[in-house]
Design a protein. Structure first.
Length: 464
């Protein structure tokens, strides 16, 4: 079973072309500024499909590594035609600074469906979406997967790339457009002699880079070309290929402030809703190295994402429009793939992803015994809180007693293993801290002189 997906091209936004038919003033102002943040678009799935939402979601990040999902991690735009669902969203900043959103027209896991169309929206600032339409990309009996777009200055047009099996081979195809309303006839863009999937283009002043999945061996590769002409990348593969299990859907983006590049990949199984990451300080070389999960987070249940640089003003405006979630997840310091969750009233740290995923979502409310502290209220079982009983943590309903309030109250302090993270000191046993032992949560006496492993067990990161 194969899923499909898309991603984007970023270079300095040009002010030389105002795309016809869309607003330009706000976009031009944004394009003239320095990018200081990123926006991610995605859809969601979870292992048992409890989190499946086939619509556009957004998240924002200052550093491109740690993400705040917006709108409570719920959709901000949903297709109203075709299958009524989307996968593989892609966000492109147009030449006038405004945005276009493209996506695969597919709901759920019906991968055998043939569809000649993709979804499209316009947006001035990603705070609203207008002009919804479907674009017919070809007339073949084939599905249109993972659309993304790039600006081709030599043509004065945008190229829309997508994956499709046409003429009996899995290749990348391109249609050209000036307005994302009318598109040219399809042309074959990339076929290196074997099946490929999920094109992502990154253009730079020194060359153009096309990353893709090789269907023959499952690895992610990069190809380069001095031009953006169809078939010019065919013999340009320059990487040995990165792999980490069942992987697809590459994203390539550059840090806004330094010469650091990131390559994201995605598992294609809903049971493994994880984005994986590699980094390089030189996209022209084959030197991608894995980034550990300690160093990045992803939006909850995010699948097949797209990342686009934005200004700090756009970041602030998106946060004001869509808001950060009212809940958090709590990640372990020394087991960074694990988060605090409740399971049959027990409190544990378990490896993400899992279902029911709401068992890992917490409202950090004012401490029940002391408002200067914090209490952990379950999102999916409101009125129930993490509390210690016999020094072991569990999820119980608040009985209104002073004893319960004290057991359920903690004080946030600098992380015992890393001061940039967080530890939680018990309110009524102030020498004891929340920690995991054999993945079970409890409170134990800890301090600066405690073993390093125990201090690591008691250090957490509050994320979304």
């Amino acid at each position: 079973m194969r899923t499909r997906r898309t991603f984007l091209t970023w270079g300095a936004a040009s002010l030389t072309l105002a795309t016809a038919g869309i607003p330009t003033l706000a976009g031009r102002a944004a394009a003239a500024q320095t990018y200081g943040a990123f926006v991610m678009g995605y859809f969601t799935e979870s292992p048992d499909m409890l989190g499946a939402r086939y619509a556009l979601h957004l998240a924002i990040s200052r550093d491109g590594l740690n993400w705040i999902p917006l709108n409570e991690n719920q959709p901000v735009a949903t297709p109203t035609a075709g299958t009524g669902g989307l996968r593989d969203p892609f966000i492109l900043r147009r030449q006038d600074g405004t945005f276009v959103v493209l996506a695969t027209d597919l709901y759920g896991l019906d991968f055998g469906r043939n569809n000649q169309y993709i979804h499209a929206w316009d947006s001035v600032d990603l705070r609203s979406f207008t002009g919804y339409r479907r674009l017919r990309m070809h007339d073949r009996v084939a599905h249109t997967w993972a659309p993304e777009a790039f600006w081709d200055a030599s043509r004065g047009q945008y190229g829309i790339l997508y994956s499709a099996n046409i003429n009996g081979r899995d290749a990348f195809w391109v249609n050209y457009t000036s307005d994302f309303v009318t598109v040219s006839a399809t042309q074959e863009f990339f076929y290196p002699g074997f099946g490929v999937l999920d094109a992502t283009m990154h253009t730079t002043p020194n060359g153009n880079y096309l990353y893709y999945k090789n269907l023959a061996n499952g690895r992610l590769y990069g190809a380069r070309s001095a031009s953006l002409q169809p078939r010019s990348f065919d013999n340009g593969t320059y990487t040995a290929g990165v792999i980490s299990g069942a992987i697809e859907a590459p994203i390539v983006h550059k840090d806004n402030t330094r010469d650091q590049w990131y390559l994201w990949g995605d598992s294609f199984s809903p049971a493994n809703a994880e984005l994986q990451l590699w980094t390089s300080n030189d996209i022209t070389r084959d030197n991608w190295t894995p980034v550990g999960k300690f160093d990045y987070t992803q939006p909850l249940n995010a699948k097949h994402a797209t990342i686009c640089p934005i200004t700090t003003t756009e970041y602030d405006n998106l946060l004001a429009r869509w808001r950060a979630p009212s809940w958090h997840r709590i990640r372990s310091y020394n087991e960074p793939d694990r988060v605090i969750r409740h399971l049959d009233s027990a409190a544990r740290v378990d490896a993400y992803p899992f279902d029911p995923y709401p068992e890992s979502q917490w409202r950090l409310v004012a401490g029940l015994a002391n408002p200067a502290g914090v209490s952990f209220e379950s999102v999916n079982l409101p009125g129930r809180y993490l509390r210690h009983s016999g020094y072991v943590m569990r999820l119980d309903a608040n009985d209104g007693s002073a004893g319960f309030a004290a057991d359920a109250t903690f004080h946030r302090v600098a992380g015992l293993a890393d001061a940039s993270w967080t530890s939680f000191r018990s309110h009524n046993y102030p020498d004891r801290y929340l920690r995991h032992a054999n993945y079970v949560l409890r409170i134990d006496p800890l301090g600066p002189g405690s073993p390093a492993g125990d201090r690591a067990d008691a250090t957490f990161q509050v994320v979304y």
